[in-house]
Design a protein around this ligand. Structure first.
Ligand SMILES: [Zn+2]
Length: 80
């Protein structure tokens, strides 16, 4: 289960939650103040923008291809 980062505008705090990817954008209560005024932080996207030079070319190739990502890759492999 992927770890997502959320930002609570109630107490202006970030917190992490492990959730199924299908529920990544579903409402979640803040773990600090239990407010529902939360929004998912796109930390992966931010990482790609600010850290584009962090990975070596080989690591970037491994990241973008090759591995079966679990259903959305369209490679035709069975994931069972
Ligand atoms: Zn909060």
């Amino acid at each position: 289960m992927p770890l997502y980062e959320y930002y609570c505008s109630g107490c202006q705090t970030k917190f992490d939650a492990l959730r199924p990817s299908a529920q990544a954008d579903a409402p979640i209560a803040c773990e600090h103040c239990e407010s529902k005024r939360t929004a998912r932080v796109l930390s992966m996207f931010a990482m790609n923008v600010s850290g584009s030079g962090a990975l070596s070319p080989a690591e970037r190739r491994a990241d973008s291809g090759g591995g079966c990502c679990g259903g959305s890759c369209g490679c035709g492999h069975s994931h069972n």
